[in-house]
Design a protein around this ligand. Structure first.
Ligand SMILES: [Zn+2]
Length: 435
């Protein structure tokens, strides 16, 4: 088994105490961390990495994204949500094929790897193609296909519903692939894009197969209120609860308009909120009540959402927005502290996705990133945690180790061919979609 030693680092362990270990040695064996300490561990190593006094932290978990949508960066700006979706995004997506999705997913993965992401939860079509790209890239991913059903409930049949077929195929081919590198989640795109027989089928299927569940929930006020008027005052969290959708590990993207009653269900059933502050601000959806959700005992993770509505995969930027909007709107500078947000992007994200990661400790997945604190924007440093949240950006990441393997170092991708990906996006995907 391959052994790597990372030495001469300031390790932000992301343990309960928020320990920052100076002059740390972190040893990795295969895919997992084998030891952490301030003395050199015994034995020999296949590879030794001098971290040059920089900050080593757990890799970031982008807990809600649509990775192929990277090709829509900056497309259709300046529209309201409905116009943007129906006149710009959906027609462009309708022209995608497997080859285009492979190229665009590769591009999004490269952007994330270079900015410190080691694990994602993704929801998109052509999901098997995305799985192949993830396997090649080397990070971990919870993949889902976002089930929709617009037909009459009376006409529903799993045998003829496309997304039941897609879900079954995805699970059979990819769940657990790469020693758990890929996990398949069951998925309902949203309450407003399907109805009860699909919810029931998906809930039963998740339980039968032991899968997690990924759903968009209460992103906009319109969606939330329309659900209530369709279902006798019940919110999306409450309606889907009636069909057993939340019985397994579940992740709910956005939760901007969720209520106190929703949070009680979320805390009780272990439904994690996937907070996407930039996308919610850009699309005018609102600000999710994250401090109140945390107080109510809800696990909160962070995601960028698709690049089409962000327009970046930079989780450091996402963390800064999370840390600052909640203090701003609540007029309370202590509403969310840097450590709270760092937790959301690491250990809480890993928990949401059902993975033993997000902490630097023996037995945890060796998902580790190195942040260069010699970079201009991070110097001088009075507080590592404050600099990570308020000063750092994705370009300060100089090393990404995912599942024990260095996949990016000093600007070089070791698993992906970035020039080839860019040429394929430009020469094939963009032409296929935009002519
Ligand atoms: Zn989304």
């Amino acid at each position: 088994m391959n052994k790597t030693l990372l030495y001469n680092c300031r390790a932000l362990l992301m343990d309960e105490a928020g320990t920052l270990l100076d002059n740390a040695y972190v040893a990795v064996e295969g895919e997992t961390i084998s030891s952490v300490g301030t003395e050199r561990p015994q034995g020999t190593f296949d590879q030794e990495i001098d971290c040059k006094g920089n900050v080593l932290m757990p890799g970031l978990v982008n807990a809600h994204t649509h990775v192929p949508m990277t090709f829509l960066r900056g497309y259709g700006g300046g529209c309201d949500l409905q116009t943007w979706l129906h006149q710009w995004i959906f027609p462009a997506e309708a022209k995608l094929d497997d080859r285009a999705v492979a190229a665009c997913a590769g591009l999004g993965l490269a952007e994330m790897i270079a900015s410190g992401v080691t694990c994602i939860a993704d929801m998109y079509m052509f999901t098997g193609t995305i799985a192949q790209q993830v396997m090649e890239a080397g990070i971990s991913a919870n993949l889902s296909c976002g089930g929709v059903y617009f037909g009459d409930p009376a006409d529903f049949s799993p045998a003829t519903c496309n997304d039941c077929y897609n879900q079954e195929k995805l699970t059979d081919l990819w769940h657990g692939a790469g020693n758990g590198q890929i996990l398949v989640d069951a998925s309902i795109h949203g309450e407003y894009t399907s109805n009860q027989p699909l919810w029931q089928w998906m809930a039963d299927y998740a339980q039968k197969k032991g899968l997690g569940m990924h759903v968009h929930v209460s992103e906009t006020s319109f969606e939330h209120e329309a659900c209530k008027s369709r279902h006798g005052g019940k919110t999306p969290i409450q309606v889907l609860d009636q069909f057993g959708v939340w019985e397994n590990r579940a992740i709910a993207a956005h939760c901007v308009w969720t209520t106190e009653e929703d949070w009680a269900i979320m805390a009780k059933k272990g439904i994690s909120c996937l907070h996407n502050p930039v996308s919610n601000l850009k699309l005018g959806s609102g600000v999710a009540p994250v401090p109140a959700m945390l107080k109510a005992g809800v696990n909160v993770a962070i995601g960028t959402d698709g690049v089409s509505s962000n327009n970046s995969h930079d989780m450091f930027e996402e963390m800064k927005f999370a840390a600052t909007i909640h203090t701003g709107v609540s007029h309370d500078p202590l509403a969310l502290l840097p450590m709270d947000v760092l937790r959301m992007a690491t250990v809480s994200g890993a928990k949401a996705l059902g993975r033993k990661a997000g902490v630097i400790a023996p037995g945890y997945m060796a998902d580790l990133i190195l942040v260069d604190f010699d970079h201009l924007g991070l110097f001088p440093c009075h507080s590592v945690k404050d600099n990570l949240i308020y000063s750092a950006n994705g370009r300060d990441v100089v090393m990404n180790m995912a599942r024990g393997k260095v996949i990016y170092q000093n600007g070089t991708f070791l698993t992906l061919d970035l020039e080839k990906i860019k040429a394929e996006v430009k020469g094939y995907a963009m032409k296929k979609v935009f002519g």
